[in-house]
Design a protein around this ligand. Sequence first.
Ligand SMILES: N[C@H](CCC[C@H](N)C(=O)O)C(=O)O
Length: 282
Amino acid sequence: MKFTKMHGAGNDYVYVNCFEERVDNPEQVAIKVSNRNFGIGSDGLILIMPSDKADVRMRMFNSDGSESEMCGNGIRCVAKYAYDHGIVSKKEITAETGAGILTLQLVPGADGKIEKVRVNMGVPRLKRAEIPMAGEPADGQIVSQPLNILHTTFNITCVSMGNPHCVIFVDDVESFQVEKYGPLIENHELFPRRTNVEFVQIISRTEVRQRTWERGAGETLACGTGASAVCVAGALNCLTEKKILNHLSGGDLELEWADDGFLYMTGPATEVFSGEIDLAKL
Ligand SMILES: N[C@H](CCC[C@H](N)C(=O)O)C(=O)O
């Protein structure tokens, strides 16, 4: 299988160009290639595929083999790959995802090479049933609601960007025990399809610092859908403006929850290397 390793703000995936390659059993392939000791090493597997509705289609699998509806860092890399490898020749691209069809703009740097990608991430979904979360009322919003975990009460705000996110504001995110609380919230019975969890420290009304516990992958260096959910959660809690700079562990993302209701995310996309792997030997 030919592959390309890419990352967006340190959130790294193995990308396969399915205009040329066929991947049978992507769940198992994701588990194998993601392994950082016995495989290629990544947070998961992303398939770049033909679409009958858009320029490209993305399918995304976490390192545990589970499929997610959406991946914010991944979709930027898909757009850059599609442009750099001649799948598309325009700088505005449409992409089919589990969260609908998204529009992306490629932003060149001073040297003319694609440096950043701006993504219309769609309209954030806030209703309990849309997250999805158990309980009533199904159309209620979860903004700063108490959740007890191991004798600690967290105030959670939940947002779906096509995939589920649970945002928690903390005083000191560097010392926060992400590995202790992340999996307990990810797998809490409130979330029937599990959830991604963002722990966030407010720096100012326009700047935050985020660490992410990803559903199906553990702590990662960045999460684009998570950073988008944080922008929404900050505004809903009146902690931040609707336009923020988010410092993730592997880089920065710019987010804006615009007046048109759409969430715009801008960030880097980087190709690292390409190779070929014999899956039968893994
Ligand atoms: N890192 C991704 C999110 C992956 C989400 C995945 N862990 C899930 O199961 O929803 C991002 O940049 O948006």
